[in-house]
Design a protein around this ligand. Structure first.
Ligand SMILES: [Zn+2]
Ligand SMILES: [Zn+2]
Length: 297
């Protein structure tokens, strides 16, 4: 699994930072979380092909999270891959999407499914992972996302070798968690397999502190969270419905996450040391994202 930060600015892009977008690559899936202006160019710079996108998860329809959509989808359509892209977003997503695309001469050579997420919980699931969403607290409808990989059962090779179980369907059954009978003896998955815990990545932006922040991020291996302002600008953060870096760190600590990466920085910070230090007072394993940062999990 690889996560690429395509844009780490809030409202206003800067010379160094593009507005919000994060790309998660997992097996054949390419999930784009938000699509700020310029995202398609960032993808090109960072070596990610646009047709590798399978899903686009929109947090909310503020410009800094969606203005890259028309351009990116136009390029995707021009590739004529015959692929389908699924777009997910909060209530109102269909209306906003239609309004934007009414204003653009757009040949629909790409199949686009728009899905509004109207209730909290799992909205997509396959055999490998699920994606959950929960509403956040922002002046407009906004949701946070968790990508949750499913636990897997792996064969204990030394044990099955010792038992002389041949490769093939019997091992497949054990891997599914079923008992098998081999040479007249019952063999359980407990003795022959081990559970590998799935990974969890949570993305929270934009919001004020709320109970759903903790719930969504609970036990995440990685929390990607806005840290728009440092604590000395808490008033501003509250006024515009944002988290301070300290609040993001407190969320990480309370939700028992392993690692925190802050993003969505206000353009006022030329140097984000202040943001990182603010967060570090409540949570140690924290870094500030930059455009082009890649994390392998
Ligand atoms: Zn924003
Ligand atoms: Zn916003």
């Amino acid at each position: 699994m690889q996560i690429t930060f395509l844009g780490t600015a809030s409202m206003k892009p800067t010379k160094e930072r593009n507005p919000s977008a994060v790309f998660l690559k997992y097996k054949t899936e390419g999930i784009l979380f938000d699509c700020g202006e310029g995202t398609q160019r960032q993808m090109q710079i960072m070596g990610i092909s646009i047709p590798s996108i399978t899903k686009i998860c929109i947090s909310h329809w503020h410009g800094d999270h969606i203005l890259g959509l028309p351009g990116l989808l136009q390029t995707f359509a021009a590739e004529e891959t015959g692929k389908t892209v699924n777009i997910y977003g909060p209530k109102g997503t269909k209306k906003h999407f239609d309004a934007i695309f009414r204003g653009v001469m757009f040949e629909e050579k790409l199949k686009i499914n728009i899905n509004e997420i109207t209730k909290p919980g799992v909205f997509f699931e396959n055999k490998d992972f699920k994606i959950t969403a929960m509403p956040l607290k922002h002046p407009v409808p906004c949701i946070g996302y968790s990508f949750v990989e499913k636990d897997k059962r792996r064969i204990k090779v030394s044990v099955v070798k010792k038992l002389k179980i041949p490769e093939g369907p019997l091992l497949g059954e054990l891997q599914k968690g079923k008992n098998i009978t081999f040479k007249g003896k019952k063999i359980t998955p407990e003795e022959t397999t081990r559970i590998v815990k799935g990974r969890k990545i949570t993305i929270i932006t934009d919001t004020m502190l709320c109970a759903n922040c903790y719930e969504l991020a609970e036990n995440a291996d990685l929390l990607i969270c806005e840290g728009t302002f440092a604590s000395n600008l808490k008033d501003k953060a509250e006024k515009y419905g944002h988290l301070t870096a300290l609040e993001a760190a407190q969320t990480a600590s309370k939700a028992n996450v392993k690692k925190l990466i802050l993003t969505h920085f206000s353009a006022r910070y030329k140097d984000i040391t202040e943001i990182e230090e603010d967060a570090r007072t409540a949570f140690d394993n924290v870094i500030c994202a930059y455009d082009g940062l890649k994390i392998n999990l």
